[in-house]
Design a protein around this ligand. Sequence first.
Ligand code: DGJ
Length: 748
Amino acid sequence: MSIKVQEFHKDYERWAWQINNNISYAEDIKMFKLDAKNTSYIFGATDDGYLIHGYFGKKIEDGDLTYLLRLEENPWTLKTNARDKGTFMDAHAFEYPCHGTGDYREPCLIVMDDDGMTTTDLRYVSHKVYGGKPKLEGMPATFAAENKAETLEITCVDKHTGLEAVLVYTAFNDLDVITRSVRLKNNGKAPLNVKRVLSACVDFDNDNYDFITLNGSWARERVMERCRLHHGKQSIDSVKGESSHQNNPFMALVSHNADEDSGEAYGFNFVYSGNFFAQAEVTQHKYTRAVMGINHFDFNWLLEPGEEFVAPEVVMVYSSEGIGAMSRTFHDLYREHLIRGEYKDKRRPILINNWEATYFNFDTDKLIGIAKEASKLGIEMLVMDDGWFGHRDSDNSSLGDWFVYEKKIKGGLKYLVDEVNKLGMKFGIWFEPEMISPDSELYKAHPDWAIQVKGREMTMSREQYVLDYSNKEVRDYVYGMMRNILDSANIEYIKWDMNRQLTEVGSTSLPKNRQRELWHRYVLGVYDLMNRLTTDYPHILLENCSGGGARFDPGMLYYSPQIWCSDDTDAIERLKIQHGTSICYPVSAMGAHVSDCPNHTVGRTTPFSTRGNVAMVGTFGYELDVTRIPQEDRDAIPGQIAEFNKYNPIIRTGDQYRIGNVFEDNMWDAWIFVAKDKSEAVFTFVQVLGRPNYRNRRIKLKGLDPNAVYKNSETGECHSGSALMNAGIFVSTHGDFSSKVIHFIKMS
Ligand code: DGJ
């Protein structure tokens, strides 16, 4: 049974790697090596088919790498009938650990067979390598052209049940990215019940990591937390049916000494918008097992003979140059290989949204009034938020009745949109397509379309229920109503909102033995409708939203190039929210608006300029009644828009370097965006609280060309990139919440 490592160990002749672009394979000993830009990922199969993980980290050369599997070090390993195989199973690093054969750490797969048994034993059978990256049927995933990435599919089989699992790995050429997903197929004769199927596992051979996650709540999403790993399991998850305000489907393991610019960082991000599970477990041997995938909590999937199940994708990013470089890799990956559509590489229209301006209290005249004033100032699109449909005057009715509320939208939607268009502005509209109000015509006609457990009280949240998106009839009906609206006027933007979590998770249309599939089927239904919408209306800009930022995840980014970051529009709170979000998402995707003061969420008053400087590091827009704000703020808008137009190309497409850290020092924050060719950079400094005698701060810039000379737009002085980065610049502002933006242009 043994792989007989020693036999090959010094035998370089037989150590013949078949080298493709990114994926190498040693035929004799079944070792696989995936090379991304500066990253290697290595594993091998024992001769009885166990997939042993070898290495994930900075790129290494091909050669004799079997020692990384550590097989020869353990006298008790790999004896077919050895009484110590159990010890081997609980100690080694596995690529895709199963439950029941002696590995007592967190498993990726638990499948119950027809006899009620839950032991699963996957073994390597075959593999294939091809250029590019496959689509995941019905699900979002990163994509790559044939010459940009290479994919390895490893087929494993559990002989006892006939379950086949295909582990799919893709390595990217130009980025330090490896993605993983899993396809299950029941090739047996009896039904199987998949109790858990995670998408990725990495067994690290030490525990010297800090655990970084992005956590929070409504109005303070994705605040970064960092703690030292310790024995046992540290996990984050969602059981709410959405990726959630509370935990983002992201985790990173970073070396204790890692900071923005140095140290090792491993980032894991789940391309999924529903229940997820992410965990780092420090084991008895002081190794660390990292796993990520669909949450197994309350999950079951019936796999009849011949049926397949596809588990969503995990993106893994490696950086040997700190957390900042890890973030920039995520940003490049998502901008180039995840976000799609017309607005992928385009500047987004500067919008004004009426939510914080009017809440539900608006009509055609009020909206046209706002649009008139906004258009004079250079704002390019009016977005009509919640309250235009059914008989909705507050959040207690009408979700599901997607027809115009004539009392408010006098003269009809087309009239309103035409009037806004006449002002030279685009028009956008809000929907919450997954919801149904008990007080709605839709609910009267189809009470069974809400997610529910028959005979039990339905829990209301914001006076609404959730529609059963596993039911195609429901999706078709809702989409029909949306189409009527979209076809009735020149609508160029949609805000797709989702304002409550799932409860009493049951479906009137699924059979008993498939009820626990609803969590995942719901998410697939949402993806299906988003897919139809973006295919049928490719010119519409879709912005995702979920009570602020409860679904800010890569799954949503596949359909909507921007996501509303948070309902908290206060510039100072946004420093934390946008900092945390930028750990793995690009600012080009972050919905950010200038709003009125005192801020509606925290009651804070900040300078209008600071609100602009912070929102500019996002999609940028306004969320206020421009007819009622102070004249001096109104007067500032054209200048703010001019700055946005000047800096947006660098901010949207350049490299982001975080300089300050408002988490560590509540006094200030700073960042710089550098053009890819290093010809320009935009630096922003925000003073949180003013301090006496502490005004002229020296700040070291980042990301510039050390040998080039840059002109400082504030002082007019020219300095070398090396001076600006190593010695820094002096920045001074006065007053709480003050800020400034400095433009650096390369002179030579
Ligand atoms: C929650 C969103 O985050 C807000 O921006 C707004 O659209 C409301 N919902 C409307 O109900």
